[in-house]
Ligand binder design. Structure first.
Ligand code: GDP
Length: 374
């Protein structure tokens, strides 16, 4: 399951956002959800291609993509060193695939909601949270380095260990310079070799992130907030390419609590705004470099989520670890080819039904069948 953790300082609107994402009243049909436990819920991710495949195959079972959202409490300044709930938050963040930063841009004077760090300053808040995550990553790397050194001492010819150590040391310096690991990959033009070393550590700042900028209701309704431009500039500078979505948790909660669908629509029309929640889920899911492949047949059409890039055996492994271990080949149709051909048989007839080996990098929308040894 793909999951995103909501992080942020206390009182920025994490729980409100989480509750609203799980709310029954949010146009349930178009926006199904399911609560797993008090801090974990899953939300369906809309996908047209999935709907088309279901129409064609009329399968007995339809399994869409879900995004699991986790409300992560306990991140405060100094958390890495045991402040507040200390490291309790850590295992929860480690287990998620992506991070949604909830960024508070509503002020105490307008809302009466206290800010634990004093005045409203979203850039400072982002600095605090991002630093906490980096500290944990430095710890993880500092713990790993001696293992590598020992291994090299034992076997000085172990080239792989030497390369791993170099990657770890470079990454540590990068973190010390105040930068998140995910941006090192592009900077150093790293490939699988280095990425594998880092993946093993499940580093927090390696996870893709996006920014949910939580405004007061009046600011959201007038689509204006004095911090918004600065937050955008901050993200562009420190986290280039990552998405930012302005919204108001309070307003979303108000919408969700409205029983009368007509009244809700009227309110939205009156203020010329939309609920931002579908956008949060969709953008969150797709901008996090997550892609889908499908398995499709009369029994089941199912949407599988992988992180781009992912080779065929890794994709097979999301279905079952045996598929990855015993991987022989993947039979693949690109979604657009399938759509154009109109059927699997027609794809086969026109050579668009391909056999791919273990180096194949699965594309978004591929329809796959895996062959494997047991
Ligand atoms: P968390 O500690 O980050 O989980 O924050 P909460 O969701 O518990 O919110 C803290 C307080 O801020 C609560 O009293 C919320 O009602 C309030 N709050 C959250 N979002 C908004 C918002 O968009 N506008 C206003 N005015 N208050 C908000």
């Amino acid at each position: 399951h793909v999951s995103a953790g909501l992080v942020g300082l206390p009182n920025v609107g994490k729980s409100t956002t989480f509750n609203v994402l799980c709310s029954q009243n949010v146009a349930a049909e178009n926006f199904p959800f399911c609560t797993i436990d008090p801090s974990t819920a899953r939300v369906k991710v809309p996908d047209e291609r999935f709907d088309m495949l279901c129409n064609k195959y009329q399968p007995a079972s339809k399994v869409p993509a879900w995004l699991t959202v986790v409300d992560i409490a306990g991140l405060v300044k100094g958390a890495h060193a045991g402040e507040g709930l200390g490291n309790a938050f850590l295992s929860h963040i480690r287990a998620t695939d992506a991070i949604f930063h909830v960024v508070r841009v509503f002020e105490e004077k307008d809302t009466g909601v206290t800010h634990t760090e004093g005045a409203c300053d979203p850039m400072r808040d982002l600095d605090i949270i991002r630093a906490e995550l980096r500290f944990k990553d430095m710890d993880a790397i500092n713990n790993k380095i001696p293992d590598m050194q020992k291994e090299i001492k034992r076997d000085p010819k172990n080239k792989k260990a030497a390369e791993s150590l170099a990657t770890l040391e470079t990454t540590l310096e990068w973190l010390k310079a105040g930068k998140d690991v995910r941006f090192a990959v592009n900077h150093y033009k790293w490939g699988y070799k280095e990425i594998d070393v880092l993946n093993e550590l499940m580093l927090l700042t390696a996870k893709p992130a996006m920014y949910l900028v939580n405004m007061s209701e009046p600011d959201f309704l007038r689509q204006k907030n004095k911090f918004l431009g600065k937050v955008k500039a901050y993200v562009d500078e420190h986290c280039p390419g990552e998405a930012l979505i302005p919204y108001s948790a309070e307003f979303e909660a108000k919408l969700a609590a409205m029983e009368d669908e007509g009244a809700r629509e009227a309110l939205l029309v009156e203020h010329k705004v939309r609920s931002q929640l579908p956008k949060v889920v969709k953008t969150g899911y797709h901008l996090l470099r997550l892609i889908h492949f499908f398995t499709a047949g009369a029994d089941e059409v199912k949407c599988w989520t992988i992180r781009d890039p992912c080779k065929a055996p890794g994709a097979a492994g999301t279905i079952h670890t045996d598929f990855e271990r015993g991987f022989i080949m993947a039979e693949v149709m690109h979604f657009d080819d399938w759509k154009e051909a109109g059927s699997e048989a027609q794809c086969k007839a026109t050579g668009k039904y391909m056999q791919k080996g273990k180096e194949y990098i699965v594309e978004d929308g591929d329809i796959c069948y895996f062959k494997f040894n047991v």
